[in-house]
Design a protein around this ligand. Sequence first.
Ligand code: NDP
Length: 424
Amino acid sequence: MKKMQGFEKYYQKDWDERLAILKTATELTADELEILKTAELKPEIRETLIENQITGYTLPEGLALNYVVNDKEYLVPMVTEEPSVIAASSYGAKIVKQAGGFQTIQQPRLMLGQIIFEDVRDAVRLKTTLKAYETEIITLANQAHPSIVKRGGGARWIRIRTLSQDMLSLDLAVDVQEAMGANMLNTMLEAVAQFLKTELKINVLMSILSNYATECLVTAQCEIPVELLQTDAVPGELVAQKIVQANRVAQLDPYRATTHNKGIMNGIDAAVIASGNDWRAIESGAHAYASRHGQYRGLTKWDLKDNKLSGSLTLPMPLGFVGGAISVLPLAKINQKLLQIENANELAQVVVSVGLAQNLAALKALVTDGIQKGHMQLQLKTLAHRAGATAQETPYVVAQLSANQKRDFQSAQDILTKLRKGDL
Ligand code: NDP
C-alpha cells in the first residue's frame, strides 16, 4: 500500500506548511495550488450554475486523514463549517487503519426513475400492458440518450409497483456509467412518458428520477480488535460493549436515531460537497433508507464478537464522477485529484467509509469522554474570533477560556480586553 507522507500532526502545521506538504504528496500543479489558495469562484462560473447569483459563498475545506479503504490510502477533502467533524473523521479512520482499514461491497450501480400513472381503473390490466411493452420502453429510453449507450450504459429493466388503487409507478432502471444521471434519467423518462400518453393513451401524472437509489447500494465494513478502543480510563472491551449499546439505542428510538444519522451525514455531506456532487440527493436517499423497515432507525450496525468490534454501514450512494456541477467547479476537479480516485464507484466506497468512521468516532466519544471535550478547542477558537481576537491573540484567549469555568462570549471579550491592556 502506498503511504501518505508528511501528514503526521498535520493539524499542528500552519496553512502554508499544509499546502507545501500537499504539493509534495500529490500531483497538484502550481495553477491548482493557486486555486486552492484563493478558492474563488469566478462570476462567469457562478452565472452558469444558479439564477439571480450575487456572490460566491465559500466554506472551509479540510482534509480527513488516515482513510484506508480496500487497501488504498486516501486523503479525503471535506467541506464543512462545523468544528470537529474533520478531526473526528480522521480519528475514526485512524482506529480503523490500525485494524487494517475498511472493506467495501458495491452493488451493480443503476439509477431509478419513475413514471407515475393516475386515475388507473384496472391496475392489473395496465401492469400487463406495460410489461408487454418493456422492450419498446427500454428502446425508447435509450433512443432519448444514445450517448450513454455508446458509453456502455443505458436503460436495463422496468418494474411496476402499485401505489394505491388508482396509482401505479413504472420504475425504469438505467446504467448511468460515471454520471449521477438525474438529467439523463429525466430525459429518458419524459420520452417514454410521451409515448405512453400519446400512443397508448395512458394517464401519466409525472415522470422524474427517484433519489431513493436502492439499486445503487454501497456497504463499508470494518473489524476492530477491542484493544484499539481503550482509553486511559476505560478498557477497550467495555468501550466496544458501550458502542454496541449506543448503536442499539439508535435502532430503538427515532430521537436518538436522527442525531446518530446526523453524525454520519456530518462526514458524508462534507465529502460529497467537496466532490461537487448533489448532497441533497444523498441526504434524502440516506434518510429514506433509514426508514425502510417502517421506523426511522440508525444507519450503522455494530456487533461485538471474539474481542472484535465489527461495524457496517450501507447506503444508497449515487455519486457522479462527471457531469452536473463536477464539470464546472474547479475545486471539485482538484478534489478528485487529491482523493486520487478513478471513478464514481471508488468515490462512493470512500464516502460510505467516511460515514462509518464518523459514527465510530462519535459513538466512542459519547460513551467515554462525552462529545464536548473534542469539540471544545475549535468552539473556543470560534468564540475568540467572534470576540474580535486576531490570529496572534487567539491562542491566548483560547488558553484562558480553557482554564476558565465560564466559556461564553462575555468571558472571551473580557479576556481580550485584559490581554490588550497588558494585564495577561
Ligand atoms: P449531466 O446532465 O451533466 O449529465 C452527465 C453527462 O456527462 C452525460 O449526459 C454525458 O453526456 C456526460 N458524460 C461524459 N462522460 C461520461 C461517462 N463516462 N459516463 C456517463 N456520462 C458521461 O448530469 P447528470 O445527468 O449526472 O445529473 C446530475 C445533475 O442533475 C446534478 O447537478 C443534480 O443536482 C441535478 N439534478 C438532480 C435532481 C435530483 O436529484 N432529483 C433533479 C434534477 C437535476 P454525453 O454522453 O452526451 O457526453
